[in-house]
Design a protein around this ligand. Sequence first.
Ligand code: AMP
Ligand code: MG
Length: 316
Amino acid sequence: MTAASQPTILTPDEPGIARAAVILRGGGLVAVPTETVYGLAARADSDEAVASIYEAKGRPSFNPLIVHIADLAAAGRIAVLDERARLLAERFWPGALTMVLPLRGDAGLAAAVTAGLPSVALRCPAHPVMRALLEACGLPLAAPSANRSGALSPTTAEHVRASLGGRVDAIIGGGACELGLESTIVALREGGGWSLLRPGPASETEIAALLGPQDAGASVAASIEAPGQLASHYSPGKPVRLDAETARADEFHIGFGATAGDASLSPSGDLAEAAARLYAVLHQAAASPMPRVAVAPIPGEGLGPAIRDRLSRAAR
Ligand code: AMP
Ligand code: MG
C-alpha cells in the first residue's frame, strides 16, 4: 500500500475484529489498542509480515519485537517456561508484564522477531480487543508500539493515524489506553537470575517479592541485550528539560501536582493518572508553537520510576 492512502478505521467490536483478523492472517499490519499503548500487530510467524513492521516504523532491525500470546499454553509453545515464569504469569498475566525467555527451537517465529537472539520477549495482554483479536487470529502477534521508531508512543487511534497514516492497513479504534505506559520487561536468566530491562506498570518491588533480588550488574547486561533501550526514544522532536518547577519563556511547561504548567499530567498529583496522560500531553507539547519543553518534577515512588524512565529518554 502507498504512504498516501489512509488506513481503514475499524470498530472495536466483533465485525471490526473479524476484519482485522483477516487482514493479519493475510500478512497485513493492524494497529490495535492494548492496556499499555496502541500496538502495531503482524503475524509473528511470517518473515514478510514482520519485515513490514520494521519498515512501517523505520525501526532498526537489531531491535527485537514483543510477541503477544493469548495464554500461558501459547507462551509454552514459543519459549521455555520455568517455575519463575509460571509465578510471574500467575501474578501478572494477562497484563502489562513482558518476559524475555529462552526461545524454543521449534517456536516457528520469523527470525526477525527476535533480531536473531536466542531469547524471545512474550506478553499476554489484558485489553479485551487485543485478546479477542489474538483469539480470532489463532496466531502469536508481534506488536511494538504503533508509531515511527524513536517518536512518541500512541495512546489514541488518532496518535497512530498521525504517526503512521497509510503505512498501516487498518487501525482498530478503541479509545485512550488505560495505563498509557509500555509494559515492564523482565529477563529471566537460564542460571536462575533476572533483570529489569524496562520499568513499567508491573513494579520491580512486586517482581522482587516473587523472584528475590535482581542480578548484580543487571543494568550492564540489559544495555547489551536490549539495544532498543539504549537509544534516545519517545521524543517529542524538541529539547526536553526535566525537574523544572518553573518554565522559561520559550518552553511548553508540563505540570504535575502543585506545578500547574501549560498542561498537567495530574493536577492532584496522582501517578496513575500521570502515566495514562503522559503521551497525550507530550503529543500536545510536540504540537505547541513553543520550541522547547520543560517537565515538572515527578516523584520516585509507584509508577514514578517508569514515567521518569520515559521522560529521561525523551530528554536525550
Ligand atoms: P517496543 O516494542 O518498542 O515496546 O520495545 C520492545 C522492547 O523489548 C525493545 O526495547 C527490545 O529491545 C526489547 N526486547 C524484545 N525482545 C527482546 C529480547 N529477546 N531480549 C531482550 N530485549 C528484548
Ligand atoms: Mg515503542
